[in-house]
Design a protein around this ligand. Structure first.
Ligand code: C5P
Length: 340
């Protein structure tokens, strides 16, 4: 670790975009002795992002958090604030005085639906950790950064690493994956449609439903997940080929039956989406976000407009007190030089 040599550097505000993720596959392999579940999942970042910035406050006070956009729950429980506390402790352990580094004011614009299977809270935590270290001018080695992230939550290391990855173990054991062939030349391909009904699903509750037997069985998700990870690793897929895998991938989420057991209204909702979109529809993480792949962002935009019209006319009835979040976006590929 290094500590800053130029104290004025600490005063510069630092901004980060915190992306939502989608699980293209999610196989649950079993329960571990610690109660967590052993996973095999291909995860990708998307263009739907929270905006986060941190700015140094005068010494002596506490970190603050100001949230706009979606309701992220009580500020005191926010994982981004926990990330700052852990990062500060790591900085102190490694050479700052007991009163340093300074408190930070965090501003968070939540554009990612909360408790939606999109990893928004975990992404905010990774962004806060990274931004705080930069604001303080602290460099931690990769192992320490990963350990802090894994301590904050199973998905946090994925967001800290950035880019498509195979996630195993609790979700924290990552193998970065190259993205699609030609992705850099076609940043608008494939298109991704996200549809999140306004029902917050608790991840522990969905895993408990899986424990209680709400599962498909048969191991198809694991096979699909291993196959996708292998094809990406070998650089065997381009955007068109990914689309031909869409029906297999959409079925490859072992938590989908458990999410439907927790929120039964998701069953008719998904049936309605399938009818309106006429293409495979998958579930991300522990739900309730549904996703569909399109040849391009423009096609996903058209589909989003159609769905919004169907909601407005009453043709699509979504569970929850508000209309669903409907957004066309893309899977964000890293620049070619940073591809593994
Ligand atoms: O790691 P994180 O705090 O995000 O996990 C939230 C909850 O989801 C855990 O408390 C656990 O109930 C469940 N979980 C699990 N197996 C995983 C990841 C999460 O059972 N691999």
């Amino acid at each position: 670790m290094t500590v800053p040599t130029d104290p004025s550097r600490r005063l510069a505000p630092v901004a980060r975009l915190a992306p939502a993720k989608v699980n293209l596959t999610l196989a649950v392999l079993g329960v571990r002795p610690d109660g967590f579940h052993e996973l095999h999942s291909v995860m990708v970042p998307t263009g739907v992002v929270d905006w986060l910035s941190v700015a140094a406050l005068p010494p002596g006070g506490a970190d603050t958090l100001h949230v706009e956009g979606f309701d992220a729950g009580p500020v005191a429980d926010n994982l981004a604030l926990r990330a700052l506390r852990t990062a500060r402790q790591a900085a102190r352990d490694a050479g700052f005085g007991p009163d340093a580094p300074p408190p930070l004011a965090v501003r968070l614009e939540k554009r990612i639906p909360v408790a939606a299977g999109l990893g928004g809270g975990s992404s905010d935590a990774a962004a806060a950790l990274d931004a705080a270290l930069e604001a303080w001018g602290v460099t931690l080695d990769a192992t320490t950064r990963h350990a802090i992230a894994a301590g904050l939550g199973s998905d946090v290391p994925f967001f800290l690493a950035g880019g498509p990855a195979l996630a195993e173990g609790r979700g924290e054991r990552l193998t970065p994956l190259p993205w699609l062939r030609g992705a850099a030349d076609w940043p608008d391909r494939p298109g991704l449609l996200l549809v999140t009904p306004a029902v917050a699903l608790s991840t522990p509750a969905v895993f408990r439903a899986w424990d209680a037997g709400a599962r498909a069985g048969g191991g198809a998700a694991r096979l699909a997940s291993a196959h996708l990870a292998d094809e990406l690793r070998r650089g065997a897929l381009n955007s068109e080929m990914l689309l031909t895998r869409a029906s297999v991938l959409a079925a490859a989420n072992d938590l989908a039956p458990a999410a439907a057991a927790v929120e039964p209204a998701l069953v008719p909702f998904k049936r309605a989406l399938l009818r309106l979109l006429a293409r495979p529809v998958g579930v991300s993480g522990s739900g309730p976000t549904h996703w569909a792949l399109y040849a391009s962002r423009a096609e996903a935009d058209e589909a989003a407009a159609r769905l919004r019209a169907a909601v407005a006319s009453g043709e699509l009835v979504a569970p929850g007190p508000r209309p669903p979040f409907i957004e066309a976006t893309v899977i964000t590929a890293p620049a070619p030089e940073s591809q593994p």
